[in-house]
Write a protein that binds this ligand. Structure first.
Ligand code: FES
Length: 209
């Protein structure tokens, strides 16, 4: 298609559109070359503008941690987006765009699910439980066991692990170590605190909680 506003000069073989395309690629290359700082800032900027309600949004009701919430969502909005950017429940983390990290694990109708691969609209009428419901003044036994067993380093994976352990032990209260290892294999810890996480889960099994 011809760029009518800035037509291609016959002698240059180069158009404004081609330049913009090129500079976009250069900016992306610069972001990669200068490390995660710039790329992260760009991502944060995108996230901040992701949920302006208005045209194209729809109001739905979600039940999160026992409380009803009215939120404006687009059809493409994920549950993770709504939790973090509308309800300010930031425990579930946006680590991977698929289900490979487990950092965004929440419990939906009793099942552990990745909040970033669930559409918010698909969660209407369901019970959503986030890690925030397992903390507070009277923390859940799983959260307490994580503290006892020093089951974290940087802590980025920890909310996902705590939720995954809670969901797994709710279904398997007498799980063995081997079963716990298998049950948690959807969660990844880059700091490698797996042994302590397993010990924490076993402590909850022993305590019958
Ligand atoms: S404690 Fe750092 S990623 Fe698990």
């Amino acid at each position: 298609m011809q760029d009518h506003e800035h037509p291609q000069r016959p002698d240059s073989g180069f158009s404004r559109r081609a330049f913009l395309r090129g500079s976009g690629a250069a900016a992306a290359a610069t972001a990669l070359a200068t490390g995660p700082g710039i790329a992260e800032a760009a991502q944060n900027a995108n996230q901040k503008t992701a949920f302006v309600s208005g045209k194209g949004t729809q109001q739905i009701k979600l039940t999160v941690n026992g409380k009803p919430h009215q939120v404006d969502v687009e059809t493409r909005s994920t549950l993770l987006d709504v939790l973090r950017y509308q309800l300010d429940l930031t425990g579930a983390k946006p680590v991977s765009i698929d289900e490979t990290s487990g950092a965004c694990t929440v419990i939906v109708d009793g099942k552990p699910m990745s909040a970033n691969t669930l559409l918010a609209m698909a969660c209407v009428g369901k019970r959503i439980q986030t890690v925030e419901s397992l903390g507070g003044e009277r923390p859940d036994a799983v959260a307490t066991a994580f503290v006892h067993n020093d089951a974290m380093q940087c802590g980025f994976c920890t909310p996902g692990f705590v939720v995954a352990v809670r969901a797994f032990l709710d279904k398997n209260p007498r799980a063995t170590e081997a079963e716990i290892r298998k049950g948690l294999n959807g969660n990844i810890c880059r700091c490698g605190t797996y042994a302590n996480v397993i010990q924490a889960a076993l402590e909850v099994v022993k305590g019958g909680k």
